[in-house]
Design a protein around this ligand. Structure first.
Ligand code: DC
Length: 222
């Protein structure tokens, strides 16, 4: 079976990335930000002039990505730190396009499963509980209303990026939700044994405590 996994899935802006990192820190476990892999692939493809619909070329690229995760923020692609460059909405939209391709997802599976190491792994994404780690002893499906997720994203970006608008963020979030939930392969949906949490009215701390208490209830906290 290997080391225990806490899978945290949900739509973009639900807070799963922040929570996964907090849970990993509190437990002293490894962290997998699986969305970063799809973002890296879209980013690397764009840099090489590969079309984001070109499944064969993207699959080869996915299998050969030269990437190292160093701590939580540094992501080194071909020797260059791209941790910050992959975080914008454009790369996110590209990631959601390459993520519809079955052979691309297949090529990234082994890379994701390799993160499962002692003492444990907290993995966040869209299909952590359904496809990548179906045997995870704790699966969380985190949601929040699209309006609240757009508002959170706006608060994050308004001081960093010029000309961001709440309305366009809401449109982008809705478009990405549509693509992520409607795709044929590994669509965004709760695993049948996932605990569903709606964070619209909850603080990060409240969600964190809930996840940690579910982990404790399963004997995952040493
Ligand atoms: O979580 P994120 O916003 O960084 O993810 C970017 C895109 O990658 C998202 O729109 C869908 C895709 N993705 C996926 O298909 N499966 C995952 N496990 C993680 C992300």
């Amino acid at each position: 079976m290997g080391a225990p996994v806490i899978a945290i899935d949900g739509p973009s802006g639900s807070g799963k990335g922040t929570l996964a990192s907090l849970v990993a820190r509190r437990l002293g476990w490894h962290l997998l930000d699986s969305g970063a892999l799809y973002r890296l692939l879209a980013f690397a493809a764009t840099g090489r002039g590969i079309d984001l619909d070109d499944a064969p070329a993207l699959t080869v690229l996915a299998a050969n990505l030269d990437v190292r995760f160093e701590g939580e923020l540094r992501i080194v692609l071909d020797g260059e730190d791209v941790g910050a460059s992959i975080r914008n909405e454009q790369v996110g939209a590209g990631a959601s396009r390459v993520a519809v391709l079955a052979t691309v997802r297949e090529a990234l599976l082994g890379r994701q499963r390799a993160f499962r190491e002692a003492p444990g792994l907290v993995a966040d994404g869209r299909d952590m509980g359904t496809v990548v780690f179906p045997t995870a002893p704790l699966k969380i499906y985190l949601t929040a209303s699209a309006e609240e997720r757009a508002r959170r994203r706006y608060m994050q970006l308004k001081d960093k990026v010029e000309g961001v608008s709440l309305a366009s963020l809401l449109d982008e979030i809705r478009a990405r939700d549509e693509r992520d939930t409607q795709r044929a392969v590994a669509p965004l949906k709760p695993a049948s044994d996932a605990i569903q949490l709606d964070s619209t009215e909850l603080s990060i701390e409240q969600v964190l405590e809930r996840i940690l208490s579910e982990a404790a209830a399963r004997g995952l906290v040493g």
